[in-house]
Every structure is written in C-alpha cells, then in structure tokens.
Write a protein that binds this ligand. Structure first.
Ligand code: ADP
Ligand code: MG
Length: 247
C-alpha cells in the first residue's frame, strides 16, 4: 500500500498510509476506535462505502486494485475477509454447506461431490465437531464461535494470498477468542497459507499472532515495527495506553 488516502465527502479519514505485508507474514493494524482501520480494510478488500473516495496505490500480488470493487477483481487479487459481525457476514437462509461449497464450485472447478467433501474436510480443520451435520444447518443456528470458524473457512476456501481480519474476536467470549486466535495462527502466516492483516485494539491478542505491528491514529501511521519492541518501549500515546493495559 502506498500513500492510501480515503475521503468521505469532504472529510479526510485516512491520510497517506503506506505499508507492506509480505507473503506468509502476519501483521497487526491497531488503533483507537474511529482511526480508520475498517475503512483501510475495506479499501484493501474493495468494500468501501460508495461515498468513499480512494486515492493512492493498493497492490495485491503486484496487481493494482485501488479502485476495483471486490466483485471485479481477478482471482490473483482477491483477499479473504473475516469480520466482527458474523451474523451479517453469512446468509441465514442458506445452509452452511451451500455457502462454503460456492467458492469450490466457482473458483476451483470442483464437482458438487468433490466440493461437498472439501467443505466437510475444511470444517474439520476448523475444529468444528460433527461437520457432516453442521453443513446442513443455517448459520443462525450456530454459536458465535462456530460462525466465526465458518467465516474463516469461507475466507480460506477462496485460497486468497491475504486474509484481512477486522476485529474477528471482539464479539466473542474470552475462551472462544482464544480458540479463534489459535485457529488464525494455524491457518495463516506460512509459505503455503495466506498472509494475515489482523485488525484489533487488543495488544495481547495481537502479540499471540503477529510479529509486526502498525499503529494507526487519526488516519495516519504513528508507529510501526516488531510488536515485541513496541510492547517493550511504546512511543505513541495510544500504544503506551494499550501496553499499560496489558499489566
Ligand atoms: P475504525 O475501524 O478504526 O474504528 P473506521 O475506519 O470505521 O474506524 O472509521 C474511520 C472514520 O470514518 C470514523 O470517524 C467513522 O465515523 C467514519 N466512517 C466510517 N465509515 C463511514 C461511513 N460509512 N459513513 C460515514 N462515516 C464513516
Ligand atoms: Mg473498525
């Protein structure tokens, strides 16, 4: 990302953001509420509100995608996404299996039977008990933690080179948070799994997942570097507050 600027009407909300996420890397983007994290995520994914004006360069796998909506992007420039609100991310009227089958049919050319099998195997990898039964359920019948596992499965099924996870554990109870963090850890950040941009204001969660951190405040990058260094000696006011909260 090079010099990303986002305006909503006349109001600048992201002002000149530049950073890289390398293949197989896990990076966290942290910052206070309203600092522009979700709009930045939206710009990477091609999912910003229509009123947003995006300038600057965003490249995924070397392909420029800055102005391209998610649905218009070529396969190589697709990023997977995981959000806080799992209710809104899945269709309650379509079974878990049917939603998860879709990327296998659409992007990987599998037959229905093969897709079915791939879905059950993927849900097993997500540590979902009884995947053969879960595929027949509506997302509305699952717990928040199960739904977030399904959302991660959906993101992984598209085989993106990057997953953007925008506060994926904020809505979950503490135990489920830990499980989803472990799962993110196991499924991203290696040579043959996607890179991860983990958006959070939970320093403890970030430090379990990411080596490197970007700190955003007021739409600008105010601090960045190895997370261990930031925790040892935070420079910016917000990083200091988060580190102090770690106790
Ligand atoms: P964060 O995710 O860091 O909490 P956001 O990226 O959601 O922050 O928002 C950055 C700023 O842009 C905030 O001031 C927010 O109120 C504003 N904003 C975000 N989305 C919209 C929208 N759809 N319409 C108007 N303002 C928005
Ligand atoms: Mg947000």
């Amino acid at each position: 990302m090079d010099d990303l600027r986002i305006r909503l009407g006349q109001r600048p909300v992201v002002e000149g953001l530049s950073f890289d996420v390398e293949a197989g890397e896990r990076v966290c983007l942290i910052g206070p509420s309203g600092s522009g994290k979700s709009l930045t995520a939206g710009a990477i994914l091609g999912l910003t509100p229509p009123a947003a004006r995006i300038d600057g360069t965003i490249r995924l796998n070397g392909l420029e995608v800055g102005g391209l909506r998610a649905t218009r992007r070529p396969a190589l420039a697709r990023a997977g996404m995981v959000f806080q609100n799992t209710q809104a991310a899945l269709n309650p009227l379509v079974s878990v299996g049917a939603q998860l089958r879709e990327p296998f049919l659409r992007f990987h050319g599998l037959s229905r039977r093969e897709a079915q099998r791939a879905v059950v195997a993927l849900l097993g990898r997500m540590m979902i008990a009884e995947p053969e039964r879960v595929v027949r359920r509506s997302p509305a019948e699952l717990s928040g933690g199960q739904r977030q596992r399904v959302c991660l499965a959906l993101a992984l099924a598209c085989r993106p080179s990057l997953i953007v996870a925008d506060e994926p554990t904020t809505a979950l109870d503490v135990l489920t948070q830990a499980e989803v963090l472990s799962l993110l850890r196991e499924t991203t950040g290696t040579a043959d799994t996607p890179a991860l941009l983990f958006i959070s204001h939970d320093m403890a969660a970030a430090s379990r997942l990411c080596e490197r951190a970007l700190v955003l405040d007021g739409g600008r990058l105010v601090e960045q570097g190895p997370l261990a260094d930031i925790i040892a000696a935070p420079q910016h006011r917000f990083s200091r507050e988060l580190v102090a909260a770690l106790g």
